[in-house]
Design a protein around this ligand. Structure first.
Ligand SMILES: NC(=O)c1ccc[n+]([C@@H]2O[C@H](COP(=O)([O-])OP(=O)(O)OC[C@H]3O[C@@H](n4cnc5c(N)ncnc54)[C@H](OP(=O)(O)O)[C@@H]3O)[C@@H](O)[C@H]2O)c1
Length: 317
């Protein structure tokens, strides 16, 4: 039987179960995808705990996971542009952590050769989110840009996109990630108390743009540095958005297969690196979300949905 992650009530990671489900039928306007890797994102923790229940209630038994990579298993009669066996990546709200996804072809893109299955699974989530922030503040050649939580899922792509635009990038991180960020051309600065002073020291000529991917007062710091609200983006600070009118561009603003393909091309070409901190088999989903909740990582944690023996038969990328 195909498997899927489900939870029947709001709660901690212990409510997550891997259950058997029927193999889905493929409607004529949909594509059935066999999932290889599914990404995990902190927002899913809030959904599972019921923190967003008034806005986005769960329909129990609820599924989990959005962004994923996989192989086309069936193509609906009315769908053009996809073939059985084709490697793809996509976005399937609350459904991606399952052996099969019934995909809307408008939320699916071809996975280029050279792009790993794990990295591909993160493109439509953190990749698109990073892309939206960069578009919003538009870093330019020679500018100084700060990225908060620069070793995190969104931050590590945001920082590299800013480097590609020719900016000098300062990334906040824990010391464990300093050398790695430096290897990507990012100047690391420790987050936490005293951040404003450390950033002033690291950027004596001032900061032109600030991309906040963590919240926790980063927008206040950006304003105190003298960054214009129009050059600040946050994906994690509702108060900062209301108080200062800064940008709040996020995944929804860059949620197109065209953007995914551009990002996929950059990663496949080695111009952006998405480090995979750890991959968990699907049946370890509970432990995986416990680790995700620590909020300390380098890049992404992902779920290997496809069993290893089937995965071994696929091309490596
Ligand atoms: N609206 C959207 O479309 C959207 C999409 C994706 C994400 N988001 C949101 O964006 C945020 C980031 O997501 P993510 O996937 O990038 O998270 P993540 O990967 O879990 O971020 C982890 C990073 O945060 C850093 N960090 C931990 N404590 C910190 C602190 N006090 N100050 C600054 N950085 C700290 C860690 O640095 P060290 O490991 O170096 O200690 C780690 O690298 C989340 O709030 C998420 O819900 C929104």
């Amino acid at each position: 039987m195909p498997r899927a992650v489900r939870f029947e009530r709001y709660g901690g990671p212990e409510v997550l179960k891997v259950v058997d489900v029927p193999r889905p039928a493929t409607p004529s306007d949909r594509v059935l995808v066999e999932v290889v890797t599914a990404a995990m994102n902190p927002g899913e923790i809030g959904i599972r705990e019921g923190a967003f229940a008034s806005m986005w209630p769960a329909a129990f038994p609820e599924g989990q996971g959005n962004d994923y990579s996989g192989v086309v298993a069936e193509v609906g009669h009315d769908v053009v542009g996809f073939q059985v066996g084709q490697p793809v990546l996509g976005f399937a709200p609350r459904a991606a952590q399952a052996d099969f996804v019934v995909a809307d072809p408008a939320a699916l893109a071809a996975k280029p050769a050279g792009l790993g299955w794990d990295e591909a699974a993160t493109i439509a989530g953190v990749g698109a989110t990073a892309w939206a922030g960069i578009e919003a503040v538009a870093p330019r050649e020679g500018e100084t840009v700060v990225v908060s939580a620069a070793a995190g899922g969104v931050g590590i792509i945001t920082a590299q996109l800013a480097v590609l635009r020719g900016a000098r990038v300062i990334g906040t991180a824990g010391e464990r990630n300093f050398d790695y960020l430096a290897s990507l051309g990012v100047t690391p600065v420790r987050y936490g108390p005293g951040l404003l002073e450390r950033l002033q020291e690291a950027a004596p000529g001032g900061v032109d743009a600030y991309l906040d991917t963590f919240g926790a007062g980063n927008v206040d710091v950006a304003i105190a540095l003298g960054v214009h609200p129009y050059r600040i983006n946050t994906i994690a600070d509702g108060n900062g958005i209301r108080r200062y009118g800064v940008h709040s561009a996020a995944q929804e603003q860059a949620d197109t297969p065209e953007v995914w393909q551009e990002l996929a091309r950059l990663v496949a070409a080695g111009r952006i690196v998405i480090p995979i901190a750890r991959a968990y088999p699907l049946d370890q989903v509970e432990d995986a979300y416990r680790d995700l909740a620590t909020r300390h990582v380098r890049g992404k944690r992902v779920l290997h949905v496809m069993p290893p023996e089937r995965r071994a038969a696929l091309p490596a990328t």
